[in-house]
Design a protein. Structure first.
Lengths: 432, 432
């Protein structure tokens, strides 16, 4: 399939993707919902207003809004109808209603250079899982030793915890270095800027229709409740986290900032990239999950995920960001569907717009780890940047960019589906 | 001070209290905001509509709404002005605008028997602390032994974690027994209804004006950001919790339900009950908190808190609920102000309507513990109910009621300020 619009060959936003986002035009108009195609945004509020989406939406208006929550709540049949309709309107051979209407194209299409992106949803609750086996093993090895690296529960359930919804930030928001309590080895706790500021490379998803409290979402129902995916950078202050986290889990070491990419890639756009996951079978040396958590294959996703870094000095010298890690979503042991099913199995209610993230995604080799904690092995193996600077953890002025993509092809040739970027620059702690 | 309205002598809702809540009349009208006085609700949307609150509210309308968030956001000077105005309108000697207007009283006052209460706010984020020393010591003793009962961080910072906002429920909502994974001692994990369903007796507060991300709330500013208090029952499934909680903290063992009382007692209404807290000084054997956490005395609250229980059989026999514990808010080591200041010291942003709870409040004697886990010491010391039934943890049909109050007096005699109740009945797990 090809669009009538110009889409650069390496763009992660071809007609096969069509991710949703909330944007406002730089002329000051109110935020609305659009899909990205190439370097343009298609304004869905305009298409909706002109009646071009009436059949797909069954007449319910959802796009002239500052969040995707109402559309997320409509469910998978509506998402699929809208997606098919948009592909028809954007394709080189489909419905000419947009393609052959100069005035409409002029109003409905806007360059990404002329818009500001906003959070895609009002996030009711944000949950962070811990679903990469290598990450859990790495962290466990560092903190408890190799024998007790993986806790006894880890292979039986997707371990997760509640994050902070208020501090989920759209890509591009500066990250102020947090202050907090830290505990030196043989001295009383002290207060000051975190010295061990880190990132976590994660894949997140937004919940579509919710469930009533007391009524779990089953594995068969899970795909109807997952709207789409974003990249997540779960900024982490390791020194604050280490002192506070026993016994109730991470808190101030995490909740100062969590950044997400602005374009929500539809669940169905990732279908071509589904692959078999690590077998959850005794034959493979793993316990079989309890029945409620069993999922048919393919349950995994083959998505390349990169961590890029540039320092202030590198940007000054126009040096390209350095790729410090390349990971892949296939390293997740627990799938998004398993995460959602587990989350609601006790009757906990999810709501449209809830965000659930995977936890740090680390592969098996040291260049595929999704955090500096692991990449530098607690700072014992610093990374050297192209500028000659060394990094154990993040310094003020550092910019971290996470990207993700997957390649496929159809009858018209190869194409790439991607997330774009989630990025943020570390700013100095306030007040010294 | 006395109201011109009839307020029973032992009512926890005299003119000195005036808690806020969201109610709807049984005639089907939209939810609005009211204050409770005695056994009546004063409809603030009506007073606002008639212009009687214009000066206090500076003309901004906030009460004809289904949540208190807008009023919470207005800040303490407005809260104090509205509170003073309402006391003037309700007092026996103040402004006669309500007292002497039969028609207005008829429209603005409604019996609590003729209203349904709703959640007082749209809760953006819910945080649960762990601020009772005896509770932390009890739980630590059971799980780690008496030597390691209190973790090294506990006396240096208010330990807390993020809870689930979606499942915060208004008092009176049934609690469906959760299902989940449990791990028998020498067998693989199994799935089924929780056998160790418990409560936690807590005091919660709603955040007023929020803070910008990156800008902490200081101790001096904290009272301006605390709108008021409710009782919280943090229902807990101990078997689910025990298997899942290492290393990231409680999750499905908690997020199936958290119940709160409907009436938000204003911060200023509790001023008469402030008392000195446990000294946070080396002389008292405690470490002095880091400067950002230091608070002038009195920082504690003398509020009697009761846990009542009746079984289905007791209700059938018209037996009064049994009081199974009497605790007090004075057993909190970390105050609400310290909790809020700590929560934001890393730059985390709070928003109007956020809920923060204290954690289980347990006193020093076994009859003052705020959970069945502690009251029955993990089930080893069952409680005998008036019906002769024994309880280690909660059975289906059990109803738990938490109440709280404090007594004081002024020139007109003694009065009681209280929260009313937060109650819930345990229903059987769905699907057997």
């Amino acid at each position: 399939m090809r669009s009538f619009l110009d889409v650069p060959a390496d763009s992660p936003f071809p007609i096969q993707n069509l991710p949703y986002g909330v944007f406002s035009r730089d002329d000051g108009s109110d935020p609305a919902i659009g899909v990205r195609i190439g370097d343009q945004v298609l304004d869905l509020a305009v298409l909706e207003e002109r009646g071009l989406l009436d059949a797909a939406l069954k007449g319910v208006r959802v796009f002239n809004q500052p969040t995707l929550n109402a559309f997320m709540a409509r469910g998978r049949l509506v998402w699929q109808a809208v997606r098919a309709r948009l592909q028809d309107l954007l394709s080189a051979e489909g419905d000419p209603a947009l393609r052959e209407d100069d005035e409409l194209r002029d109003v409905a299409l806007v360059s990404v250079a002329a818009v500001t992106m906003h959070l895609p949803a009002a996030i009711g609750d944000y949950t962070d899982f811990y679903s990469s086996r290598q990450h859990a093993t790495n962290v466990g090895t560092m903190f408890r030793g190799p024998e007790k690296a993986l806790m006894p529960n880890w292979l039986h359930l997707p371990v997760g915890y509640h994050g902070r919804a208020s501090s989920v930030l759209i890509s591009g928001t500066d990250i102020v270095r947090p202050k907090g309590q830290q505990k030196p080895e043989d001295a009383p706790p002290l207060f000051g800027p975190s010295k061990l500021l880190d990132i976590e490379l994660e894949l997140g998803f937004f919940v579509g229709p919710g469930n009533d409290i007391g009524t779990p979402i089953t594995m068969a129902e899970a795909p109807d409740h997952i709207f789409g995916f974003v990249l997540v950078n779960d900024w982490s202050a390791r020194d604050i986290q280490k002192w506070e986290y026993v016994p109730l889990g991470p808190f101030l070491g995490k909740n100062f900032a969590t950044s997400i990419s602005p374009w929500v890639v539809p669940y169905d756009a990732l279908a071509p990239f589904r692959i078999e996951g690590e077998p959850q079978t005794p034959e493979a040396g793993n316990p079989e999950p309890l029945p409620y958590l069993r999922q048919d294959e393919p349950r995994s996703l083959d998505l390349t995920l990169d961590v890029l870094l540039d320092s202030a000095a590198m940007r000054e010298a126009n040096t390209e960001p350095a790729r410090v890690a390349r990971s892949n979503a296939c390293y997740l042991y627990w799938s998004p569907e398993q995460q959602l099913v587990h989350h609601t199995v006790n009757g906990c209610n999810a709501r449209p717009g809830d965000l659930m993230a995977s936890g740090t995604i680390s592969g098996e080799t040291p260049d595929s780890y999704g955090s500096f904690l692991e990449l530098t092995w607690r700072g014992s193996k610093p990374i050297t940047l192209p500028s000659g600077e060394e990094r154990k953890f993040l310094q003020d002025g550092d910019r971290v960019v996470l990207t993700g993509h997957a390649d496929s092809e159809d009858a018209d040739g190869p194409y790439r589906v991607g997330f774009g970027e989630v990025e943020g620059v570390v700013r100095p702690a306030r007040g010294g």
